[in-house]
Design a binder for this molecule. Structure first.
Ligand SMILES: Cc1cc2nc3c(=O)[nH]c(=O)nc-3n(C[C@H](O)[C@H](O)[C@H](O)COP(=O)(O)O)c2cc1C
Length: 606
């Protein structure tokens, strides 16, 4: 039944050559594309295509089976026995050893029950698994296209390595990008370049309740906790941030001794488990502890309440008790040895409505002695965000900053479905948040430095242009996580979730962390930061603006089809909103629809 409906569907679809043009926005991976093409192939072509694309076994293996395995084994044994009368003792010894190994592996394969391929194809079947296991390395070293994003391209990574090491990072001969391709983006430069100096952003400066505003760099290290990262990686990042005068976000694992030792300006990421500011209640749930918070808040410059992150929005984390070392327990204020797994639930227990979130922000600000307090989120349902902004206005308590994390952001570990298909990508999420805050009168599009709520953006901030693009879409400050890991020497081995990171960054295995020298790497972290910010400022100068606060979406253009291009002010109509406009009931239609909460969702919990 199922197969007949598939082939009927396949007949109706156009030939495979047209399938590229019909991809949905989600269909960006090669494998998805391949599946669409296969599904739409005319009858008769499907099977041959499937063979070409299959990840099966080499054909010679199909003639191999247990009988052949035994025959070859007896043959090997006989050959080694025959070598003895012939006086070939060395060959006999080598053959006997090989034969013993052959039988050992083969019988082990036949007797195990987990892998059918090995049971059916003893010994030879292992070749498949060995090749599978080194496939990523083969791809990365020999096959990967310079522009293939997995998830960062080789070109991107090479640029970070060069900037971090202080090597020449200029490019000879011109761009390797296809400037005529749909999706290509460029900055509209000016005939009158400007000259601008160091750029800092004063977070909390426009809120009288903030007595200790923070002067932020344009680029900072995004949240990654001690536990997700090794002690040496934290030391190197923090040391680099201190050298370069930028901030280092602790991640949800608390303010560890390594964060403090590094000496950087710290931003404290307060997650749903309240590590460093929480305890277990009688039911085993994690709850906020004001005294602990006050104590640890002394060591930080700003506090960021984590509502969600782009790589796994609305999904909690899990720290199995076996992984918790004494030092990790110390950073998280857990009693060691711990008796239970320490899970981060998907939502907070300290608040459950937008109004309660506002009061929690106010409480943290007071407990911290007047430091800027904000929250981090990946945009999901638009009305839920506008509902928060309504609460800011109703309570008169607003965050000093909001960090918008794009769905393209990174993580140590997440279910693939969450990383691949949940969470608004940064351009849409950031521009939407900026537009709503402008419409609510909390941000000033003409001079963003006068805004009451600063906007931080994260998600693949790897180049000066990525920073410029975020500023054009509303950000004041950018944060980066994985790009800084590259500056530490990350080779994108994609082993963050295994404790086997070969570069000692996302592992607690001391054999691997041993190789990471914090003193050397902190200089690289600072180099990467300095050069990236320098180029971002050069791009601003080329665009003829006076500062980050003047960058507007008309300066960024995208090719949206053959011979068609639009500025981001046209692509995202919501960016045309005027300051305070939503409060008067006017503004771009789709923004007004999200702003109007008369459809009964106002009581929805956060
Ligand atoms: C190893 C790793 C650990 C992370 N841990 C946290 C965390 O504890 N809290 C958080 O809010 N985000 C965390 N993130 C997400 C980053 O802070 C950031 O939002 C995201 O990675 C941005 O994308 P980028 O890596 O492209 O810069 C983590 C990311 C990585 C790669």
């Amino acid at each position: 039944m199922i197969s007949s409906s598939i082939s009927a569907g396949a007949r109706r679809l156009r030939p495979s050559s047209s399938c590229l043009g019909t991809l949905s926005p989600l269909a960006h991976t090669h494998s998805f594309q391949t599946r669409r093409c296969l599904a739409s192939a005319p009858e008769g072509q499907g099977s041959s295509n499937i063979k070409a694309q299959s990840a099966g076994m080499p054909e010679y293996m199909e003639h191999w089976n247990r009988d052949v395995f035994r025959k070859v084994g007896y043959g090997l044994a006989a050959a080694s026995a025959l070598c003895v009368p012939a006086g070939e003792y060395a060959i006999a010894a080598a053959l006997s050893a090989g034969t013993a190994g052959y039988w050992y592996v083969g019988l082990r394969d036949i007797n195990q029950t987990g892998k059918t391929i090995l049971r059916n194809f003893p010994v030879l079947g292992n070749i498949r698994y060995i090749l599978e296991s080194i496939r990523p390395e083969i791809r990365q070293y020999f096959i990967e296209d310079d522009h293939a994003a997995l998830p960062f391209t080789r070109m991107d990574r090479a640029m970070v390595y060069k900037r971090a090491k202080g090597d020449v990072a200029s490019k000879p001969f011109g761009t390797t990008h296809d400037t005529h391709a749909t999706g290509y983006e460029w900055v509209n430069h000016s005939l009158y370049p400007t000259k601008i100096g160091e750029q800092r952003v004063a977070i909390g400066a426009n809120n009288p309740l903030v007595t200790q505003p923070y002067s932020s760099s344009l680029l900072n290290i995004s949240a990654m906790s001690y536990g997700a990262l090794s002690d040496r990686a934290i030391l190197a990042l923090s040391g680099g941030a201190k050298l370069g005068g930028f901030s280092h976000n602790t991640g949800e694992g608390g303010v560890s001794r390594f964060h403090k030792e590094g000496g950087a300006d710290l931003v404290w990421n307060v997650g749903t488990a309240y590590f460093g500011c929480g305890r277990f209640d009688d039911d085993g749930a994690r709850v906020f502890d004001a005294d602990l918070f006050r104590e640890n808040a002394q060591h930080v410059k700003m506090i960021e309440i984590k509502l969600s992150q782009g790589a796994k929005p609305a999904h909690g984390g899990m720290l199995p008790k076996e992984k918790i070392t004494p030092l990790i327990a110390e950073a998280r204020n857990l009693e060691y040895p711990v008796q239970q797994d320490c899970n981060s639930p998907p939502r907070h227990s300290a608040f459950s409505t937008p109004t309660e979130l506002c009061h929690f922000i106010g409480e943290l600000r007071a407990l911290s002695g007047g430091k800027p307090v904000g929250f981090k989120l990946c945009v999901g349902q638009p009305e839920e965000f506008t509902e928060l902004v309504h609460a800011f206005l109703d309570t008169g308590i607003h965050p000093d900053f909001i960090t918008v994390d794009g769905g393209e952001g990174g993580t140590g570990a997440a279910p693939p479905e969450f990383s691949d298909a949940i969470g608004t990508p940064l351009p849409e999420g950031l521009s939407f948040v900026h537009a709503v805050l402008v419409g609510a009168g909390l941000r000033d599009p003409a001079d963003k430095s006068r805004s009451k709520v600063a906007l931080l953006a994260s998600g693949k901030m790897l180049t000066g242009v990525a920073l410029f693009k975020s500023f054009a879409l509303g950000a004041d400050v950018c944060n980066a996580a994985r790009p800084f890991l590259f500056s530490l020497g990350c080779i994108q081995a994609l082993k963050c979730n295994t404790n086997n990171c070969p570069t000692g960054i996302t592992t607690s295995d001391t054999n691997l962390t041993w190789g990471l020298d914090p003193a050397t790497k902190s200089v690289r972290v600072a180099n990467f930061h300095r050069r990236t910010v320098h180029v971002a400022v050069e791009v601003m100068e080329a665009a003829g603006v006076a500062s980050w606060a003047d960058i507007h979406p008309e300066l960024l253009v995208k090719r949206i089809g053959q011979g068609k291009s639009r500025s981001y002010a046209e692509i995202f109509e919501h960016l045309q909103v005027k300051k305070g406009e939503l409060l008067k009931g006017t503004g771009p239609q789709r923004l007004l629809e999200a702003w109007d909460l008369d459809d009964g969702i106002i009581a929805r919990v956060v």
